[in-house]
Design a binder for this molecule. Structure first.
Ligand code: XIL
Length: 372
C-alpha cells in the first residue's frame, strides 16, 4: 500500500498534481486515498468511507418493516442509523417497569447485519416521555426523590441493555432554551435532580457502559450563535469538572426562511478544540411548498454547507439525515405548509440535494474522521 502511494506520488509529481485538486500537498510526499478523485455515482456510505466518516439516517421502524425499497436503501446508502422514535422513553417503557425492547432490538440487529453503527437517541428528553411519568410528576404521586431513582434506573437499564451495540448516546436532548440568553430548560429532570442533572446523567450512563460515547444534542446550534455559545461554555465547564462528555450533536434541522449557518465549520472547530467529537445528527432542510427554483438551490447549498463543515472537522465522526425520503419525513406533520426536506423525493428519486451530497463527498480532501 505504502509503495503504491509513493509510486502514485511520483507519477503525479509536478504538473499532473492539478488533476487531483487543490489540497494534494500531503505531508511526507504521499498521496493518500482521500486525495484521489472518486467516481461520483456511488452510494453515500461508499463515498464517505474514504474519509472514515459515517453517513447515517433516522430509521422509521414501520417503514423498515413494510417498504422493501426503503429497507434496501437504508442498507445500501448508510453506514449509521438512528432510531427515529423507538429508543425514546415513551417507546421503551410505555408501562412503568415494563420495557418493550422489540423494535429497538430489531434496528440494532438490522444495523449489525448491514455493517452499520447505531447512534442512540435519546436517554433524557422533555418530549415523548411516557404518560405514567409525566402524569405522576404532575399530580404529585411521583416525588422528586422518586423521580431521581426513576431517572437513574432508566439510564442504567437502557445503556446496559444496548452496551456494546450502541456507538454513542444522546444523553440529554435539547437541554437549552432558545433566544438571546439561553439557559438550561426547566424540565422535570432539572426540577427533580437540580441544575447539575446533566453531569449526573453522564456519570450514570458512563457507569453503565464505560465504552459508549456520550453526547449532548440540540437544534439551532449549527452556526455560531447565542445558543451554540451557551453549549460551548457549558461543555467546557463539564469537561473541566471531568464529567464524561465525549461529543456534541448538532441536529441540523434547517429551514430556508432563516439564514443558512454558513459558519458551521467554525462552530464545529471550537468544539473539536475542546477535545470533543462532533456529529450532525438530524439533518433536513425544509421550505414552504410549492418549491421554487430558489428553494432547490437553497437546499443544495444547505446540505453542502453542513456536510463540508463536518468534512473539515477532524473529529466530526457522523453525518446523519433525519430521514432520506420525503415519503416518510416528519416535516409536513410538524411544520404546516412545509416539506420536501430530504434528499430523495417521495418516489425515492434523487433530488439535486442528493447529488450535492455525493459530489461533496467525492470531491473532498482534508482530514480523516477519527474518534477521540
Ligand atoms: C421526531 C420524529 O421524527 C417524529 O416521528 C416524532 O413524532 C417526533 O419526534 N428533534 C429530535 C427528534 O431530537 O427526536 C425529533 O423526531 C425531531 C426533532
Amino acid at each position: 500500500m505504502k509503495t503504491m502511494r509513493i509510486l502514485a506520488a511520483g507519477l503525479l509529481a509536478a504538473g499532473s498534481l492539478a488533476l487531483v485538486g487543490p489540497s494534494t500537498a500531503v505531508a511526507g510526499n504521499e498521496i493518500s486515498s482521500v486525495d484521489r478523485p472518486q467516481p461520483v455515482d456511488q452510494p453515500l456510505r461508499a463515498l464517505a468511507k474514504r474519509h472514515d466518516l459515517r453517513i447515517g439516517t433516522a430509521v422509521d421502524m414501520d417503514a423498515l418493516g413494510s417498504d422493501t425499497t426503503y429497507r434496501t436503501l437504508v442498507a445500501r446508502e448508510f453506514s449509521a442509523v438512528t432510531a427515529e422514535n423507538v429508543m425514546k422513553w415513551e417507546s421503551l417503557e410505555p408501562v412503568r417497569g415494563q420495557y418493550n425492547w422489540g423494535p429497538a432490538d430489531e434496528l440494532v440487529e438490522f444495523a449489525r447485519r448491514n455493517g452499520q453503527k447505531v447512534h442512540g437517541h435519546t436517554l433524557l428528553w422533555h418530549n415523548q416521555l411516557p404518560g405514567w411519568l409525566t402524569s405522576g410528576v404532575a399530580d404529585g404521586s411521583i416525588s422528586s426523590a422518586e423521580l431521581r431513582d426513576i431517572v437513574r434506573d432508566h439510564i442504567k437499564t437502557v445503556v446496559r441493555h444496548f452496551a456494546g451495540k450502541v456507538w454513542h448516546w444522546d444523553v440529554v436532548n435539547e437541554a437549552f432554551t432558545d433566544g438571546d440568553n439561553p439557559v438550561l430548560r426547566d424540565t422535570i429532570f432539572k426540577t427533580a435532580l437540580g441544575p447539575d442533572y446533566i453531569a449526573q446523567a453522564l456519570k450514570w450512563a458512563h457507569e453503565a457502559d464505560p465504552r459508549v460515547k456520550l453526547y449532548l444534542n440540540d437544534y439551532a446550534i449549527d452556526g455560531i450563535n447565542a445558543k451554540s455559545t451557551a453549549y460551548y461554555n457549558y461543555a467546557k465547564q463539564l469537561r473541566a469538572q471531568r464529567a464524561p462528555l465525549d461529543g456534541m450533536g448538532f441536529q441540523g434541522h434547517l429551514d430556508l426562511q432563516y439564514p443558512i449557518p454558513i459558519d458551521a465549520a467554525a462552530n464545529l472547530a471550537r468544539f473539536d478544540k475542546l477535545g470533543l467529537e462532533t456529529a450532525f445528527t438530524e439533518v433536513d432542510v425544509r421550505y414552504f411548498l410549492p418549491a421554487s427554483t430558489y428553494n432547490t438551490a437553497g437546499q443544495v447549498g444547505s446540505f453542502t454547507v453542513l456536510l463540508q463543515a463536518c468534512l473539515l472537522t477532524p473529529h466530526c465522526v457522523m453525518f446523519t439525515l433525519w430521514g432520506f425520503t420525503d415519503k416518510y419525513s416528519w416535516v409536513p406533520g410538524f411544520f404546516t405548509g412545509q416539506g420536501e426536506a430530504t434528499p430523495l423525493d417521495a418516489n425515492f428519486q434523487p433530488k439535486p440535494a442528493y447529488t450535492a451530497l455525493q459530489l461533496t463527498l467525492a470531491g473532498a480532501t482534508g482530514p480523516r474522521h477519527r474518534d477521540f
